[in-house]
Design a protein around this ligand. Sequence first.
Ligand code: SAH
Length: 370
Amino acid sequence: MNQSVEKVNLLGLTRAKMIEFFKSIGEKPFRAQQVMQWIHQYGVCDFDQMTNVSKVLRERLKGIAEIVEPEVIFHKVSSDGTRKWVMKMPGGSSIETVLIPEGNRGTLCVSSQIGCALDCSFCSTGKQGFNRNLTTAEIVGQIWVAVKSFEQIDPQKERPVTNVVMMGMGEPLLNFDNVVDAMNIMMDDFAYSISKRRLTLSTAGVVPALRKLGELTDVSIAISLHAPNDELRSQLVPVNQRYPIAELMDATREYLSRLPDKRKATIEYTLIAGVNDRIEHAQQLIKLLHNVPCKINLIPFNPFPGSDYKKPRSAEVQKFQSLLSNAGYVTTVRSTRGDDIDAACGQLVGQVEDRTRRSGKYIQMQQIPG
Ligand code: SAH
């Protein structure tokens, strides 16, 4: 470390933290709003372009703060319009972010960690091992890059990103504080104005963190269930050995009951041929979910090199779907988007340079809040 003071990266400050920052240098709170708009809404990283900030303050800011934009090393557009960015992180690893346009909607799939420690048996991110948590600025940087790539459009008329799903690389609840801050920035009207209903955190089931989340926020949630009984789920999603299905369903119900509206959880179920796609699995699922307000999203397994699992045939997927639909569950099948650019679910691997921090243990205790 050299002697100079480390500059604050303003890209990662929530409104509350930005206000604190300006207060700490003797400035008025409204500066926070101005600077947030410059960064997040106009994509500006250069203080000199912030024309409603006095020259004196701009010079001062240059000495103590910075806005570090993510380094995009690769950007590709799929034949179906899906876009993928690969961003290089300090330390050498890279992460992936995907934007899926659909009519008026643009859904951004955001990563929360470099790699993942949970090691779900069907997920290629897990096979890469875990490197580190992303900072708040690195998480927010992904939406910053996506929005900025549409600079030519009029933001008053069109919004390229209307929905965000924390379904990229990593387990968001194991990077709790940074993810909560990043989601607050995404929802902020001086930043991206993503509505809480259109911001979804997806978890493999870190139960204490899910309970804690409900005390702090009211975003939508998706639960990566993938199996209707503990025996099978523990094989597919090892964190289930620690927090079995009954506890996860309790925490899900509790989370939903705190919400001011009647929102449902999304139950994600990756269908793997011959593993969890039999009639008996659908029947067990129907029983299990009877008192959980939810809709079900079936995701046919996306193959990746080194995995022996197979994608079910579409007739099998349809059969599974109609069993659930006939039992009264709104059940959708996630269409595979962007697979020509390896942007489909479970195909996001980035490049994890340093896997030395991978451990056989799927959870590092200090990361679990509460
Ligand atoms: N750790 C969080 C966030 C990652 S979301 C979670 O588990 O929810 C990743 C989603 O991608 C998971 O719901 C899983 O269903 C899906 N997924 C992972 N690997 C997949 C694969 N190979 N094929 C299809 N879906 C996959």
